[in-house]
Design a protein around this ligand. Sequence first.
Ligand code: C2G
Length: 129
Amino acid sequence: MRRVITFGTFDLFHVGHLRILERSKQKGDYLIVGISTDALNYSKKQKNPIYSQEERMDIINALKVVDEVFFEESLELKGEYIKKYNADVLVMGDDWAGRFDMFKELCEVVYLPRTPSVSTTEIIEIIKK
Ligand code: C2G
């Protein structure tokens, strides 16, 4: 069985999120998703997600393509998570291209193109107007 791992915040869940999870699942048989905690998100982006980490986790966990979820507490722990969850493949969107190449010694590393014209930031801007 090929185990796939991916990570993300998945705030204001949208079709770009769905597509990357579907395409991640196609790389193997079992999909594990690390959900960025609110604290990690704040440290990366200096703002809090709209949905709490528990809500974001519940949404991702309810998806048919997702087999297991956990909280990603720190970017530095990625190697530990890959080992802990026995991942054969790490999938990330290509906004992260090259950033996780050091994990190629632990598993296959794949960057998939982002779905064009949809993002959480853009959704927030459209609603504000
Ligand atoms: N994504 C996508 N297409 C979009 C928007 C997002 O394919 N239009 C992908 C991103 O490339 C990422 C995943 O959806 O792989 C989750 O996106 P974010 O919630 O923005 O994740 P991010 O905050 O970048 O967190 O350890 C890394 C981080 O946890 C990734």
